[in-house]
Design a protein. Structure first.
Length: 325
């Protein structure tokens, strides 16, 4: 089958068009898969979540979802994946707690590209182990969308399943391969996924691993996770959720002197980043109200353990990149 989007394909911009697409894909999936089983690496991101919801409607328990918690997800995300897919959709979900395994592999590794390679390679190993435990799997579902094909070919690299061993001869199931991201979100809404999953802002494949700068330590990783949760909560409360393209926190690998409870402290800073972009090639910095920055600073310095400063990154792209690593 061609990897070129059909010229006659209408943009999916309405619930009615999304429903028609879902019905069409359910028939196509059933025709391709029959009664066989399908395996899916379910990260909880938009693309894999929409694929999971679509395949659940098409083949039910014959979809085996594997959610690997590598310890680098945002606060509450692993729990949300389990609740939405196992609790609400009755999915055949395998949850893998691999936090210690990943963090042990990453201990002492500070070079960003090496961290990415370790995370990607370890994910493939964990996913392969889970795949081999399953019986009767003949298909591998992926959240490939059309920009992935245009940019990097048919295998969706950031789901890290392109490197499975050759003896796992899975046939690919890619029901979203001709959709753009905005269309995927419309389909996700029509499938009943929660808004905070459908409209989740872009998140790097290595997760918080590239926001815990330098060698990842558990204390700084937790500081990233907790401060990020506060930032997202405050942006939502103050009307910035959905208006700012991407916002997150970063914790660098150095400490500075501060004062807490009348005593000298020597703790980490948290860096806030909030940017807007159309294509991620360039980005501008969001003009966050100063009073809100003060509120976020107050909360982070008092609620996040091991932190005594908050900084705001004012650098556009270029000269900076969106992420720090």
């Amino acid at each position: 089958m061609s990897n070129k989007r059909p010229e006659t394909m209408e943009r999916i911009a309405t619930p009615a068009l999304a429903e028609a697409f879902i019905d069409e894909q359910i028939k196509a999936i059933r025709a391709q898969v029959g009664e066989k089983k399908v395996l899916l690496a379910l990260s909880g991101g938009v693309d894999s979540s929409v694929v999971a919801a679509l395949l659940i409607k098409a083949i039910g328990k014959n979809l085996v979802c594997v959610h690997v918690n590598h310890g680098l997800l945002r606060k509450g995300e692993p729990e949300q994946v389990v609740e939405v897919f196992r609790g609400q959709m009755d999915a055949n979900l395998v949850y893998v707690d691999a936090v210690d395994r990943f963090l042990d592999k990453l201990a002492g590794v500070s070079e960003p590209e090496q961290k990415r390679k370790i995370i990607g390679a370890e994910f493939i190993r964990v996913f392969e182990e889970e795949a081999r435990k399953q019986e009767g799997i003949e298909f591998l579902a992926q959240g490939t969308i059309y920009p992935d094909i245009l940019e990097s070919g048919p295998v969706k690299a950031h789901h890290n399943v392109g490197g499975l061993p050759d003896d796992l001869r899975f046939e690919l199931v890619e029901p979203l391969k001709f959709l753009f991201k905005d269309e995927v979100r419309v389909v996700g809404k029509a499938l009943g996924l929660p808004d905070n999953m459908v409209y989740r802002q872009p998140f790097p494949g290595p997760g918080l691993g590239v926001r815990c700068l330098g060698a990842i330590t558990r204390d700084r990783l937790e500081a990233v996770r907790e401060s990020d949760a506060i930032l997202r909560e405050e942006f939502a409360k103050n009307g910035l959720e959905g208006k700012v393209w991407q916002y997150f926190t970063v914790v660098p690998d150095f400490k500075s002197v501060g004062v807490k409870d009348g005593k000298r402290s020597f703790e980490y800073p948290v860096i806030l980043r909030a940017v807007n972009t159309k294509d991620a090639m360039t980005a501008t910095v969001e003009d966050v109200p100063f009073a809100l920055l003060q509120q976020i600073t107050e909360r982070i310095t008092h609620e996040v353990k091991g932190v005594n400063r908050v900084l705001y990154d004012l650098t556009p792209k270029p000269t900076g990149t969106i992420e720090w690593e």
